[in-house]
Write a protein that binds this ligand. Structure first.
Ligand SMILES: Nc1ncnc2c1ncn2[C@@H]1O[C@H](COP(=O)(O)OP(=O)(O)OP(=O)(O)O)[C@@H](O)[C@H]1O
Ligand SMILES: [Zn+2]
Length: 621
């Protein structure tokens, strides 16, 4: 039962698994081992192969001319200890013994099966057949040990030079129909900032002739899903240079030293292929402040970071290689990374504003057949706080819904349903008992009625008692533009709306339920900000502290130890409480005054489950 939507889901997925390192690195070696394996079988089989049975006369002839090496005689009781007829007899060494008339007669009269090898298997074949399994076993051993070695540093493997395939970086070439700046919507400022880099990569001589120094490293900072990776790829494509991409966490492996060697490899290859662009995603996973324990005192991580720094310092002015790095935690980065000559240029990717959201919708609906009732501007107005990735996800959800219902275009309704799904999760229609459902209706009607009568708040958009995700019901307001500044009237209205649900329950049931937990949490937080950050309490006065302040684009709180006295702390707590009590009293008064409206709204909700703004207006006026 919350008024503002909960956190949006993110679309992060892990990197796909890669084949084992050594196989990656030594394809020729693997082929060789396979060749050994198959030739062994071929030879072994050839050795076993026997020539067809010979007619007796030919047998004798071959015997006399010495062509026959081994003869297998089955079914013949040979005197002289050779009655085990399944054994083959070496006629060359035992010839005098057997070649006598007696034997030949026996052979002639008996019903024998003479299996003849027309000549002895060459010695080298015998040797090879004995030897090949060992070659194979040793080969597998070498392969395994190289795999471990390469993970332990990649250097010093058997005959292995530094090769780029040792690194995990992926390479993307510019290709027709690939990503360009047209696919990156909004982010105009960021695109402009990168314009220089594109020019430089395209035409390095121009800059070098003028002795102009182009930044080697650019740090892209922005919340998840704001298009950092997208922008990096598009930049490489626009410049028409090879793009080497690696994720910070991929540098770090089990064995110390691997990360550093990967960094070395990647820079080496990029320099060879210069002009080139290197992209290091999630650089915070290697680039955290060193020696603070923030990264768990990880030696491997620090070595990797040091290697990155060393590589960037070692750039020749002739090296036309630019390193783009992305992070959504710039606050944890080691200051050494940000020093001049390293990532000294910063590009901030903000969450998109309304115009940018319209543009992102346009990019992602290029191939979507839209019904005539779809208004992308209106959708952009309803997606305040969405990132580019969220919008992409929303468009996809809407298309999926249309496909499920076998329609050929995507309607406005698909988008609205998809939006709720992206914001709050799937509907859970049979979650509540009927008593719970009534209580939720009462609670949401309370939020709705207060919103309706609050002139300073954003207009009511929708009330629903269909449980979704974690929310049992929802009262939505519509702010089509993001607010960057909040006045006191707006904030007080907001506190009152938070209280509305709980107060309605108190009015109708004379007690409250656990359903208001989230409302109370949010209201308390807001009231505290009003007192601590914004000087909105007379008693505390015009003082502001960093407590509870959010990072400008990360939405993360910047906390610091309390910079005020114990006495002031108590006063702040008291003031926060007073603000909340006042909001509660006002909400109660308003609900009491419009008690009939509340009952009506609740009944309507129970009947229709969800009401749009017009229906609420019709019900209450
Ligand atoms: N400005 C934008 N224009 C068009 N599409 C966008 C934009 N921003 C994000 N997207 C879409 O969202 C997807 C995810 O974005 P991307 O991976 O670049 O974000 P990111 O900032 O790198 O996220 P993360 O920090 O999670 O790695 C992109 O593939 C793209 O389709
Ligand atoms: Zn509520």
């Amino acid at each position: 039962m919350s008024t503002p939507p909960p956190d949006k889901p993110s679309d992060k997925g892990g990197p796909p698994r890669k084949p084992p390192e050594a196989l990656h690195r030594d394809p020729w070696f693997v082929w060789l081992m396979m060749a050994v394996f198959f030739s062994y079988f071929w030879l072994a089989q050839g050795q076993d192969q026997q020539s067809p049975l010979l007619p007796y006369s030919e047998f004798i002839q071959s015997l006399e001319s010495g062509e026959i090496g081994r003869v297998e005689i089955r079914g013949l009781d040979l005197s002289g200890g050779y009655n085990n007829s399944d054994k083959s007899v070496d006629f060359r060494t035992r010839l005098p013994e057997f070649i006598g008339d007696e034997f030949l007669q026996k052979l002639e009269s008996a019903d024998v099966d003479v299996n003849v090898k027309s000549s002895e298997t060459p010695v080298w074949v015998n040797l090879l057949v004995g030897f090949l399994p060992w070659v194979f076993i040793i080969g597998v051993f070498v392969l395994l040990s190289r795999s471990v070695q390469s993970r332990m540093g990649g250097m010093g493997g058997l005959g292995g030079g530094l090769s780029f395939s040792n690194s995990k970086a992926r390479r993307f070439e510019k290709k027709e129909g690939g990503i360009t700046y047209d696919d990156v919507a909004g982010l105009e400022g960021a695109k402009q900032d990168l314009g220089d880099i594109i020019e430089f990569l395209k035409n390095p001589e121009k800059y070098q002739a003028l002795g102009a120094k182009i930044p080697k490293g650019i740090l892209m900072m922005g919340a998840p899903g704001t298009g950092k990776t997208l922008l990096a790829r598009a930049t490489a494509a626009e410049a028409g240079v090879p793009f080497f991409s690696i994720t910070g966490s991929e540098f770090i492996e089990l064995y110390v030293g691997v990360g550093a060697s990967r960094v070395r490899d990647m820079f080496l290859t990029a320099r060879k292929e210069a002009p080139a662009l290197i992209f290091i995603d999630e650089i915070d996973s290697v680039g955290r402040i060193r020696g603070t324990g923030m990264g768990g005192g990880n030696d491997e991580r620090e070595q990797t970071l040091n290697q990155i720094l060393a590589e960037m310092d070692g750039f020749d002015p002739e090296d036309v290689v630019v390193v783009l790095a992305a992070t959504n935690r710039p606050d944890v980065l080691d200051p050494a990374l940000l020093r001049p000559g390293r990532f000294d240029r910063k590009v901030v990717l903000d969450l998109p504003d309304k115009a940018a959201r319209v543009a992102i919708f346009q990019v992602h609906t290029r191939k979507t057949p839209l019904a005539s009732d779809v208004d992308l501007k209106k959708l952009a107005g309803m997606t305040v706080g969405f990132s580019g990735a969220d919008i992409e996800n929303l468009v996809n959800e809407a298309s999926l819904r249309a496909a499920r219902e076998d329609r050929h275009d995507v309607t406005s309704d698909d988008f609205l349903v998809a939006r709720e799904k992206v914001l709050m999760g799937d509907e859970r229609p049979n979650l509540l008992t009927s008593a719970e459902r009534e209580r939720v209706a009462c609670h949401e009607a309370g939020h709705g009625l207060i919103t309706f009568y609050s002139e300073h708040s954003d207009p009511l958009q929708k009330i629903s008692i269909v449980p979704r995700g974690r929310a049992l019901g929802v009262t939505e307001q519509l702010a089509s533009e993001e607010r960057h500044n909040f006045d006191e009237d707006f904030l007080r209205d907001r506190l009152r709306i938070f209280m509305g649900g709980r107060c309605a329950e108190q009015l109708l049931y004379h007690n409250c339920s656990s359903g208001a937990a989230d409302d109370l949490k949010q209201a308390t937080k807001l009231a505290r900000q009003m007192v601590v950050n914004w000087g909105m309490s007379k008693d505390v006065g015009p003082m502001g502290f960093a407590e509870g302040e959010r990072h400008p684009f990360l939405g993360r709180e910047l906390t610091e130890p309390r910079p005020y006295s114990e006495a002031l702390a108590e006063k702040i707590d008291e003031e926060v409480k007073q603000l909340l009590l006042r909001a509660e009293a006002e909400a109660m008064e308003l609900l009491d005054k419009h008690r009939q409206g509340l009952d009506k709204l609740m009944a309507e909700l129970l009947e229709h489950e969800s009401l749009g703004s017009e229906e609420v207006v019709a019900c209450l006026s």
